[in-house]
Design a protein around this ligand. Structure first.
Ligand SMILES: NC(=O)c1ccc[n+]([C@@H]2O[C@H](COP(=O)([O-])OP(=O)(O)OC[C@H]3O[C@@H](n4cnc5c(N)ncnc54)[C@H](OP(=O)(O)O)[C@@H]3O)[C@@H](O)[C@H]2O)c1
Length: 216
C-alpha cells in the first residue's frame, strides 16, 4: 500500500481524510492557500503531518485526494500543476454544488443530469486517474463508520482499474464495503447521492446515516 498521501483541500473533508490516513500510518501533506487555518490541526496531528501548497501536496502524494469546493476543482488542479498528477491516482471527493439556495432541503447542482463534475475533470485532465469516492457521506463518517448493520457501502467509479484498486484498499482500511459502478460516466449517478444523503440533514438535522447496497 502506498504510504504518502497529498491532500488538495483543507476543509472538513481534507482534514477528516488526513486524520484517517494518519491513523493508519500514512504520511500526509495537506495543501491549502491558507496554511494559518491549519495551525491547530497541525499541533494535534503528529510528525507525519505537514501543511503545504496545493502544488507540494500534489507532488508529494503517491496517492492524492482532491477535496475542494466543486466549482473550484479545476482552479485547484491548475494551481497544483495538473502535470504533476499525471498517471497518479486522485480520489475525487467533490460535489458540483451550486451557489443557488436549497429547495425544501434539496441541494442544487451546477451540472446537468447527463454530465458530471468528474467527467468534466477527467476530460480536461485525461492523464490523471480520477476515482470518485467519499462524496456520498458526511466527513464525520468517512473513517471507521460504526453501524449496527455492519459496513456501509461506498460507491466508486473511474476509468483506471489500478487506481480503483488503490482506492478500494483505502476504503477497506477505513471500514467500507465498495460498490464499483464502472467508468467515469457513473459519476452522473454517484454525485447526486450527495443530494440524497443531505436531505435528512437539512430537513430534520439528521446526519448520522450512510448508504448500504443490499444484495441477494
Ligand atoms: N463536508 C462534507 O462532509 C462533504 C462530504 C462529502 C463530499 N464533500 C465535498 O468535498 C469537497 C470538499 O468539501 P469541504 O466541506 O471539505 O470543503 P469546501 O468548503 O467545500 O471546500 C474547501 C476547500 O476548497 C478550497 N477552495 C475554495 N475556493 C477555492 C478556490 N477559488 N480556488 C482553490 N481552492 C478553493 C479551499 O482551499 P483553501 O484550503 O486554500 O482555503 C478549501 O481547501 C466539496 O466538493 C464537497 O462538496 C463534502
Amino acid at each position: 500500500m502506498r504510504k504518502r498521501v497529498g491532500i488538495i483541500g483543507s476543509g472538513d473533508v481534507g482534514r477528516a481524510l488526513a486524520d484517517g490516513f494518519l491513523k493508519y500510518g500514512f504520511e500526509v501533506k495537506i495543501g491549502t492557500r491558507n496554511p494559518d487555518r491549519l495551525i491547530d490541526w497541525l499541533k494535534k496531528s503528529g510528525e507525519k503531518a505537514t501543511v503545504c501548497s496545493f502544488e507540494e501536496a500534489a507532488h508529494f502524494g503517491d496517492l492524492v485526494v482532491l477535496a475542494v469546493k466543486g466549482n473550484a476543482a479545476e482552479f485547484a488542479l491548475d494551481m497544483a500543476g495538473a502535470a504533476t498528477l499525471h498517471e497518479k491516482t486522485v480520489i475525487d471527493t467533490c460535489n458540483p454544488i451550486s451557489e443557488e439556495p436549497l429547495e425544501n432541503g434539496v441541494l442544487n447542482f451546477f451540472t446537468k443530469p447527463n454530465f458530471s463534475l468528474m467527467e468534466k475533470l477527467q476530460n480536461k485532465y485525461s492523464r490523471i486517474h480520477f476515482v470518485k469516492a467519499f462524496n456520498s457521506v458526511g466527513n464525520a463518517l468517512m473513517v471507521d463508520p460504526q453501524f449496527e448493520e455492519g459496513r456501509p457501502t461506498m460507491f466508486i467509479c473511474g476509468n483506471n482499474d489500478k487506481a480503483k484498486g488503490d482506492v478500494q484498499e483505502v476504503l477497506d482500511l477505513f471500514g467500507w464495503d465498495v460498490a464499483d459502478l464502472g467508468k467515469v460516466e457513473a459519476a452522473r449517478a454517484i454525485e447526486p447521492l450527495c443530494m440524497l444523503w443531505c436531505i435528512p440533514g437539512f430537513l430534520n438535522n439528521e446526519w448520522n446515516h450512510a448508504f448500504k447496497l443490499l444484495k441477494k
